[in-house]
Design a protein around this ligand. Structure first.
Ligand code: PMP
Length: 291
């Protein structure tokens, strides 16, 4: 085992390079207007070496965002870029951040004439599956409505999450929960939500929520029911958990002043998800891309 690469490598516009040698222009369009799209993906150490969890699905979601912004995007090339970066950095457990964005070319909003760039950054991660139980505040901010900003990983869209996160932290919570004007639960700032009642698992459905790949995985594994849920129903549930690539499956300790118990079903599902991502379940094979 050679350990991590001595000089961290980053994929930039078709080739690997030392991280320190790369710079971005300060007039970069995406930096001013949020005209970029990214993904958050994870690789895990399995018995057969490192493998990326649901890589094609992540890249397909990124492609949808890129097309919306008017970018060219090749899913297969993006997959190869991710694998090449992981190999170069000799990562096993890793968080992977691809980003496609419009670069320098003037301050007009029109993206035409701006060069398109692509990078892939990978960082070694410690797995925090089922780690600290989060406390969650209900945000006074509304989630970006899908008919204003579709729920894709567009850079600018995340200002909405940043505002909600800032507010919740200032109020002493770890995370924020978005609820729409009719009282329906949308999602957290970077994770989807599930409720458990009487042993029955329900995935929150909302048109403004990102179609999460972890959520999709858990629905496939559990046969969870999928439907809209009001905040009232979430507060009345036995257990609530958030899920996402980074959060994995995170049982929630408290929403506002409603505390939950020790979340036995959530913890059991977290353990199942932990086995799936490491290749220990029959369902794993179809979802893991060897590095
Ligand atoms: N919602 C938002 C807003 C997110 O940023 C994320 C993280 N990508 C998720 C949900 C969870 O999605 P996934 O399971 O695909 O990581």
């Amino acid at each position: 085992d050679a350990g991590p690469a001595a000089r961290p490598q980053l994929w930039f516009d078709g080739a690997l390079a030392d991280v320190e040698t790369l710079q971005a222009d300060l007039t970069t369009h995406a930096m001013h207007y949020g005209s970029g799209v990214f993904e958050g993906i994870r690789a895990y150490a399995t018995a057969d070496g490192a493998a990326v969890f649901r890589l094609p699905e992540h890249m397909e979601r990124m492609r949808r965002g890129a097309v919306l912004l008017g970018m060219d995007f090749d899913v297969d090339a993006a997959i190869e870029a991710v694998l090449a970066t992981l190999r170069a950095n000799r990562h096993r457990d890793a968080y992977i951040r691809p980003l496609a964005w419009f670069g320098a070319g003037g301050f007009g909003l029109d993206v035409e004439g701006h060069p398109q760039h692509m990078m892939v950054s990978t960082t070694a991660t410690r797995v925090h599956l089922c780690g600290a139980r989060a406390t969650v505040g209900v945000s006074s901010w509304r989630r970006n409505p899908a008919d204003s900003l579709p729920p894709l990983k567009l850079c600018g869209a995340y200002v909405n999450s940043i505002l909600a996160k800032r507010e919740s932290k200032a109020r002493g919570f770890d995370e924020a929960l978005f609820v729409d004007r009719d009282g329906y639960v949308v999602e957290c700032t970077g994770a989807n939500l599930f409720a458990v009642s009487g042993g029955r698992v329900t995935a929150v459905e909302h048109r403004d929520a990102l179609p999460g790949i972890t959520r999709d995985t858990l629905i496939a594994l559990t046969g969870a029911e999928v439907r809209p849920l009001t905040l009232e129903e979430l507060l009345a549930a036995d257990e609530v958990f958030a899920c996402g690539t980074a959060a994995e499956l995170a049982p929630i300790a408290r929403i506002e002043d409603r505390g939950y118990g020790d979340n036995p079903v959530s913890r059991e599902l977290a353990a199942l998800y932990g086995r799936v991502i490491r290749g220990h379940e029959s369902a794993s094979a179809a979802w893991l891309t060897p590095v």
